[in-house]
Design a binder for this molecule. Structure first.
Ligand SMILES: NC(=O)c1ccc[n+]([C@@H]2O[C@H](COP(=O)([O-])OP(=O)(O)OC[C@H]3O[C@@H](n4cnc5c(N)ncnc54)[C@H](O)[C@@H]3O)[C@@H](O)[C@H]2O)c1
Length: 340
């Protein structure tokens, strides 16, 4: 049983704490939050202790630190935890910018501890099934991927920390698009260039976008079109993947996004309506528990400490390439992994 400290007792801290407690693989030992009443409330649910994050991450009775604060604080807290010899599961984005991510990955290598970025969308049921079908060649060679993802915010959204660049590192691309870019890497492969546009259509944010349109290209000339939005009238997550012999359509997530399902369509010999098979995965999103199980597996196998942290670093590089493209109105080349 792994003893865990949760840093940041907000939305994600609550989800992660519940997942860990339900998993049978760990328990919440300590909670920290800049707001002591929030730390105390979450700690109480798990009979855990609470305190400030510096004290909590250095406790002898803590094995793992789960970082669920606003992105601005990820780097400092993760570095402290790794230096204290803890394994770290850090929410996405790994940090606000690549220099911070690189420092975190280097610290994990130095301390020989696992650093994992929280990319739970990889573990969603429809994503896993799509990956299995793609790997089996079920739609033939893949031509392109098209993705739409977003919500419409809520009154006062411009006050939320995730719309403040100093706190989050960017806008809707950094906060939500990063999940979709991670999925492009998982489902299609590593992109080699990007063209992007950002726009602030509606929200009175100071310095960031509420919509982003990206086109990534892989070395095999496959395209991935991503539109992420904070002006989506109705919550939407839809990813379509088009191949020579068929298509995959992933829809839903949880809650207002609707349940996850996957449609697998196959070309008919006479090109009439494709044959469709639908996989329904119900209301329950098991991505959190699967991600936690993977993390525990990495720890118990003495797994490659850097790999999962490097996913966070690489995806942040792609986000920054897209932002650069939007600023400069040019295609931005993306070097192969390891040659940055
Ligand atoms: N994987 C996902 O799908 C997903 C979804 C939402 C958010 N996130 C990520 O999770 C992280 C947290 O987001 P959230 O939605 O839980 O935010 P939140 O605002 O609900 O919670 C953040 C908590 O951190 C606390 N906090 C702020 N500064 C702190 C500090 N210096 N030390 C300790 N505690 C501090 C706040 O008081 C708050 O309780 C972000 O990085 C966000 O991008 C991931």
């Amino acid at each position: 049983m792994i003893s865990v400290a949760i840093i940041g007792a907000g939305g994600m801290g609550t989800t992660r704490a519940r997942t860990i407690s339900d998993s049978g693989l760990g328990y919440v030992q300590a909670v920290a939050d800049i707001d002591p009443t929030k730390a105390q409330a979450l700690a109480k649910s798990y009979s855990a202790c609470f305190g400030n994050w510096r004290d909590v991450i250095s406790r002898q009775d803590v094995d793992v630190v789960v970082v669920c604060t606003p992105t601005k604080f990820h780097c400092e807290i993760a570095l402290g935890a790794l230096e204290a010899g803890k394994h770290v599961l850090c929410e996405k984005p790994l940090a606000r910018a690549t220099p911070e991510c690189s420092r975190m990955v280097a610290a994990a290598q130095r301390s020989r501890r696992v650093l994992k970025t929280g990319f739970n969308y990889r573990h969603m049921a429809h994503t896993r099934k799509a990956k299995e079908l793609l790997d089996a060649g079920s739609i033939g060679p893949v031509y392109f991927l098209r993705c739409r993802y977003g919500h419409g915010g809520r009154p006062g959204y411009e006050q939320h920390w995730c719309t403040d660049v100093d706190c989050s590192g960017g806008g809707v691309l950094q906060e939500q698009g990063i999940h979709m870019i991670d999925l492009v890497r998982v489902l299609l492969g590593e992109p080699s260039r990007v063209l992007a546009e950002t726009r602030r259509f509606f929200w009175p944010f100071q310095d960031t976008e509420d919509n982003c349109f990206c086109l990534f290209e892989t070395p095999a000339h496959q395209l991935a079109q991503i539109h992420v939005s904070w002006t989506q009238w109705r919550n939407l997550l839809e990813i379509e993947i088009f191949g020579r012999d068929g298509f995959l359509r992933l829809e839903g997530r949880d809650g207002h996004y609707g349940p996850q399902h996957l449609v697998w369509g196959r070309r008919q010999p006479n090109h009439s309506r494709p044959a469709e098979e639908v996989f329904d995965f119900g209301e329950h999103d098991d991505s959190w528990i699967r991600e936690w199980q993977e993390f525990v597996g990495l720890i118990s196998n003495g797994g490659n400490s850097a790999a999962a942290g490097e996913d966070g670093l690489r995806t942040q590089q792609l986000v920054e390439a897209a932002y650069r493209s939007a600023r400069e109105s040019v295609w931005v080349p993306i070097p192969p992994v390891g040659e940055e």
